[in-house]
Write a protein that binds this ligand. Structure first.
Ligand SMILES: [Zn+2]
Length: 546
């Protein structure tokens, strides 16, 4: 099989390499896929046992056909090396963190910042990729692949591909029922098949980017402010949470006191708010868009105005303060302050800043308000897996903590402790912003906090987020939403606050309400406003638009 030739290079026949690669990719680089199959098919009868054997034959055959097509002179080594590298990384992510890889995940990969990527680099991860990806690639580069003559090689390939196809054709129909029912009940299985999942996701993502209609849609040429002569300047702060889940907020019923600061404030906590997506790249553009979750697509939203455009055109100063992974084009046409540029801030480390950076200079900003202003604070929140990096030492309240990105090697208890510390810190940041606003009673001020998506912390053995929405667990989809209003804002906006409080307890809301509720509370009159999605509407003493 392997032959040593004169000058010490190992010689491998092309056909041996094709078969070996097919088996290696089908099994070793697909550990997550097989764990899933074995976890969902009970081997308690012959039918299921043979279904698993059939699946193995099908996967190997498919890879065998694929490698017969790409293992050709000149292309074999570079292509195979790249596949080994990427597939071993994906294999590690899927196996250790239980993530599924699809188009949305690939979009996240493309839009990830360097600092975030570094957070994912862990020692076991590096060893895994080194052993299963890089070393085989080095071996591959050093060997000599021996091909037959062009004609012979071609005929042998055609023959072998035909055999693989026949193998697929004779046994898949035999188990057709099992395949059909398995795929119907576990449609996410395709996202676990390593190599095809990320290639497919990447192609789909590129297609979306190329195909999207580049004609930019403006929503309303003439949005206007109603009652803008009330004397007080409006300052509204919209805080976008990162990876904060409702399940860990004591304001939402969590048994631990993770909201020690906000508990003392007169805030409204909205129960059971559903996020639009399970990732930042999906949820953030969605919550600012008027498309609603059912009509939303990232490519549509990319070439369309969002609520910030309307607010700005109506006359507000709109400032987007960025401390996360970018605004996903939502802030393309408003003022941007990138917190990472505050190099001298005591809250900034290499590549990221603690959310306290938002408190720096906020006093001064409020003191100098000359115009109605909306500030969006895009927080770092509870961004994982490096939860321990999200808060300063004094917020190490729940212990022991998991002080590594390698969360699957920590006890579940310590992962939850660390995550809960990020929530207490977020609680502190929100209440500090509220208390800063309170120092300026002459302003008509308010704050809305809402998280982009939730997080899995080991429930059903799942971690992080980004699961396809249809099968994502509640923990990834239910997010905290918190409102605070100054007395000035309650009065000038005709808001019955206790009415809102009771509505927040009884109604189920979603990210769909943000677009229209913002227009409403900021008193922007526009044709894009939909009263049915305005959380304030039924609690106003005067009907909006006035
Ligand atoms: Zn996020």
């Amino acid at each position: 099989m392997f032959k040593k030739i004169k000058y010490g290079k190992i010689e491998v026949r092309s056909q041996t390499l094709v078969l070996f690669s097919a088996i290696y990719f089908a099994f070793i680089l697909n550990l997550a896929f097989w764990r899933y199959i074995l976890g969902h098919v009970q081997i308690n009868n012959f039918a299921n046992f043979f279904f698993i054997i059939s699946t193995a034959i099908s996967v190997v055959s498919a890879f065998y056909i694929f490698f017969n097509l790409i293992i050709v002179p000149f292309a074999a080594k570079p292509l195979l090396s790249l596949l080994l590298l990427f597939s071993s990384i994906v294999n590690y992510m899927m196996f250790s963190l239980n993530v599924f890889v699809d188009k949305d995940m690939m979009r996240n990969v493309f839009e990830t910042t360097t600092a975030e990527a570094w957070d994912l680099v862990t020692i076991p991860g590096v060893i895994w990729v080194l052993v299963l990806g890089i070393l085989p690639a080095v071996f591959l580069i050093r060997i000599k692949i021996k091909y037959l003559s062009f004609k012979k090689e071609l005929f042998s390939r055609i023959k072998l591909i035909a055999i693989a196809i026949i193998l697929l054709l004779i046994q898949v129909p035999f188990f057709y029922k099992s395949y059909a029912s398995f795929v119907r009940n576990h449609s996410e299985i395709g996202h676990l098949l390593n190599t095809s999942n990320y290639i497919d996701g990447t192609i789909k993502e590129i297609k979306t980017r190329l195909n999207s209609n580049h004609k930019f849609i403006r929503l309303d040429e003439n949005p206007s402010l109603v009652l803008n002569d009330d004397g007080a300047k409006t300052v509204f702060i919209l805080m976008i949470g990162e990876t904060a889940r409702d399940a860990n907020f004591s304001l939402g019923g969590y048994k631990r006191n993770t909201n020690p600061f906000l508990r003392k404030e007169d805030v409204i906590y909205f129960k059971d708010v559903k996020s639009c997506g399970t990732s930042t790249a999906y949820s953030v553009p969605c919550m600012f868009s008027n498309l609603t979750r059912s009509g939303f697509s990232q490519s549509k939203a990319r070439y369309m105005e969002n609520v910030l455009d309307l607010i700005k055109r109506a006359g507000y100063d709109v400032i987007w303060q960025e401390n996360d992974e970018g605004c996903k084009h939502v802030c393309d046409r408003v003022t941007i302050e990138n917190m990472l540029e505050r190099k001298n801030s005591p809250y900034c480390r290499t590549g990221y800043c603690l959310d306290e950076v938002f408190l720096e200079g906020l006093d001064k900003k409020l003191m100098n308000i000359k115009k109605d202003t909306v500030i969006i604070m895009h927080t770092m929140g509870s961004h994982g897996p490096a939860y321990y990096k999200r808060y300063p030492d004094r917020f190490k309240i729940f212990k022991p903590t998991c002080d590594t990105s390698d969360i699957q090697n920590c006890s579940r208890e310590s992962v939850i402790n660390t995550y809960d510390n990020t929530i207490v810190y977020t609680d502190y940041i929100i209440s500090s912003v509220i208390n800063t606003l309170k120092k300026f009673p002459n302003l008509e001020s308010g704050l809305l906090y809402v998280s982009d998506h939730g997080e899995s912390l080991g429930e059903k053995n799942l971690y992080l987020h980004g699961m396809p929405y249809a099968i994502a667990p509640e923990e990834q989809k239910t997010v905290p939403m918190i409102l605070w209003m100054s007395d000035n804002m309650k009065a000038l906006d005709y808001i019955n606050y206790s009415c809102l409080k009771s509505k927040a307890k009884d109604n189920d809301y979603s990210h769909d309400v943000i677009f229209h509720s913002l227009l409403s509370i900021l008193e922007v009159k526009t044709i894009s406003y939909n009263p049915d999605l305005d959380i304030f509407r039924s609690c106003r003493t005067r009907r909006f638009p006035y």
